[in-house]
Write a protein that binds this ligand. Structure first.
Ligand code: ATP
Ligand code: MG
Length: 649
């Protein structure tokens, strides 16, 4: 291969070893766990599985008939039993599971005993409505306590939940209800978002009218908004649960029984119905929760500020933390409501020790300015996490400095809805982290960066990220479409090689850097350049908060790079700054990567999970008619961008 699959342009010299005091108390601080896991991956995972409560012990750890894996065969357990009853039985019923914070400022604290009772009552109510093992239940709720309650109630009786992000339209709900053939939907009278009430029940009614599958809807009263309740079909949640018994035996589930279906966030096309099962999934999320987030059940206040509608919320707001008996913060609303310091006020009030969020949020905080976190004492924070997109080194530095007080380790965690749990990440008590790198595989995981021929690339080169050994939290199939499962993930490099769809590189030390989606890689004069590296070079400039780049057709070079740039604070974009940024990229990572055009914009088009939609930017850059923008969180910015780019820079 003459040309590398993806060029390696960015180099980073800074490293951040774990502070000594952190390493001394860390759940993982002995590097020999990597060798231990590598010597016997199945034994390593089995050891984590055995920390759960099994109703029947498993006989075999793994059966691998590519591309299908079965973990902990013969074992029986229940996820709700492990997340709730196990801790109550051990005497921790009084411990707070969730400090919930509503957007309007109302609060609720739920202990493990209260959560268990609430889950049991609702599980009994579901059974009373005829919901049983294997039935699919759609959950379309905002970030209120009833959302984890509903998920755990399903898990308790063996029903399969399919959570649909409450910010999605009724059409998205219809698509997911139809695909999973759900007969029950759980929703609310409304949801709060930036001070407004979103009419969730109305969307649900529209969805129910558009599909003939839903027989029952359950409505949580949240906002008190007037809603239509159809007799016989619609039930108030509070009426259903009142009078129910708090005794509800947990259904013994086979380790391979389905726990949930979750559709991917849809950045690259039609969402896929990812299927996760019981024993392997819970083992994976509990092990990573304990080791990556260094969770101390007795002292930490943990906050994963994602939405439960995404996999991050499933694994690291609900199942991982509860399996590890965490005390968590659960926040309903937007980060800038009523003020741009809402998160920091919450973090301070609850004494948050561990915070997990996404680069898109961090870059928004950079744009707003450091004065907002500075207004609050955040000294309780001891560990920070990032997930969802590559984190640009400068965003990592800002997070480390302004939120972590310069000494909290940052773990950049790479994983996907498909992987179920974290796969590539530093361990905060061991790894000497580099800003912008996800660093190393979690113990027992085997990522390999390969070239076009599927051969491992040498250090210093970029290529395609693959996973070459099964892991317990891996998806088992796509709901109702095993053929698409095989084709999408297991056909690019061989039948036992999982292709993640992302580009990655190995640096000279063998550390892994994610380079964005391979579909977004640009080809400039025959060099394949990743969007991530050019964007990181732009964010490296002190005036830039966020950047997205894409290639547009160019007669001379094949493709030319167009950069869309959002500036920090009160900075103003002009031709001079555009020229300065083009030079900055050329100096930082090479002339080859110098953007042909720089466009300034107050915002970038993002999916509802906060990921930049580069496909759309390409359409704008090439002056194409724009397709459907209804999946965007901020569709209005697209129109503005199309207008400004028509004039060039
Ligand atoms: P779809 O698969 O439908 O296009 P999606 O890939 O956006 O949607 P998710 O499963 O939520 O849905 O996102 C996983 C993707 O997010 C990864 O494949 C990767 O591109 C990106 N990602 C997640 N964490 C990181 C990280 N730490 N560094 C770099 N990229 C990350
Ligand atoms: Mg994906």
């Amino acid at each position: 291969m003459s040309e590398p699959a993806i060029a390696n342009l960015y180099s980073e010299q800074r490293t951040f070893p774990p502070p000594e005091s952190f390493a001394a108390q860390a759940n993982a601080n002995d590097p020999s766990i990597y060798e231990e896991a590598e010597a016997d991956p199945e034994g390593w995972w089995a050891q984590h599985a055995r920390q759960l409560r099994w109703m029947r012990d498993f006989d075999t750890v793994l059966e691998w008939t590519p591309p299908h894996a079965k973990w902990f065969i013969g074992g029986e357990l229940n996820v709700a039993d492990n997340c709730l009853d196990r801790h109550v039985d051990a005497g921790y019923g009084e411990q707070i599971a969730f400090y919930w914070e509503g957007e309007p400022g109302d609060t609720r604290a739920l202990s493990y005993a209260e959560l268990k009772d609430e889950v049991s009552r609702f599980a009994n109510a579901l059974r009373g409505l005829g919901v049983g093992k294997g039935d699919r239940v759609a959950i379309y709720l905002p970030m209120i306590p009833e959302l984890p309650v509903a998920m755990l109630a399903c898990a308790r009786i063996g029903a399969i939940h399919s959570v649909v992000f409450a910010g999605f339209s009724s059409q998205a709900l219809v698509d997911r209800v139809d695909d999973a053939d759900a007969r029950v939907v759980i929703t609310a009278d409304g949801a709060y978002r930036k001070g407004n009430v979103v009419p969730l029940k109305e969307s649900t009614d529209k969805a129910i009218a558009a599909t003939d599958r839903i027989e029952t809807s359950i409505v949580v009263r949240r906002t008190g908004a007037e809603v239509d309740m159809q007799a016989g079909r619609d039930h108030w949640y509070h009426e259903l649960v009142s009078g129910q018994s708090t005794e509800c035996p947990a259904e013994p589930m086979d380790a391979e029984d389905v726990l949930y279906i979750l559709y991917t966030s849809g950045t690259t096309g039609k969402p896929k119905g990812i299927v996760h099962t019981t024993g392997g999934y819970l083992t994976h999320v509990a092990a990573t929760q304990r080791l990556v987030f260094d969770l101390k059940a007795d002292s930490d206040v943990y906050w994963c500020a994602a939405d439960i509608g995404w996999v991050t919320g499933h694994s690291y707001i609900v199942y991982g933390p509860l399996a590890c008996r965490a005390t968590s913060v659960l926040y309903e609303g937007a980060p800038d409501y009523p003020g741009k310091d809402r998160w920091w006020e919450i973090a301070n009030r609850y004494g948050v020790t561990i915070l997990y969020t996404a680069p898109t949020a961090i870059r928004a905080f950079m744009k707003w300015g450091a004065e907002y976190p500075q207004e609050h004492d955040l000294s309780s924070i001891r560990l920070l996490g990032s997930v969802g997109e590559p984190i640009n080194p400068e965003a990592w530095m800002w997070y480390h400095q302004h939120i972590g007080g310069g000494n909290a380790p940052v773990v950049d965690t790479w994983w996907q809805t498909e992987t179920g749990g974290i796969m590539i990440t530093p361990l905060p008590g061991i790894t000497h982290a580099k800003p912008g790198s996800a660093m190393v595989p979690f113990p027992g995981v085997k990522p390999v960066v390969v070239d076009d021929a599927g051969e491992p690339v040498p250090r210093g080169s970029g290529g395609y990220l693959t996973l070459q050994r099964p892991w317990p939290g891996m998806m088992r199939t796509l709901w109702g479409d095993d053929e698409r499962y095989r084709h999408t993930y297991w056909s690019s490099f061989g039948p036992d090689v999982y292709f993640a769809g992302d580009g990655a590189k190995l640096d000279e030390d063998g550390h892994i850097w994610l380079l964005g989606r391979v579909d977004d890689v640009m080809n400039v004069s025959g060099h394949r350049i990743s969007t991530t590296e050019v964007e990181s070079a732009l964010v490296d400039h002190p005036k830039v908060a966020e950047a997205a780049v894409t290639g547009r057709k160019d007669e001379l070079t094949g493709e030319a790079i167009v950069a869309f740039v959002t500036l920090r604070g009160a900075e103003e974009g002009n031709d001079e700054l555009a020229a300065e940024l083009r030079e900055h990229v050329a100096e930082r990572i090479g002339k080859l990567a110098r953007p042909a055009n720089v466009l300034f914009t107050p915002d970038l088009p993002k999916t509802r999970s906060g990921k930049i939609m580069r496909r759309l930017l390409k359409d704008i850059a090439e002056g194409r008619e724009l397709g459907d923008v209804s999946t965007l969180a901020n569709a209005d910015i697209v129109e503005e961008l199309s207008k400004s780019s028509a004039g060039g820079d």
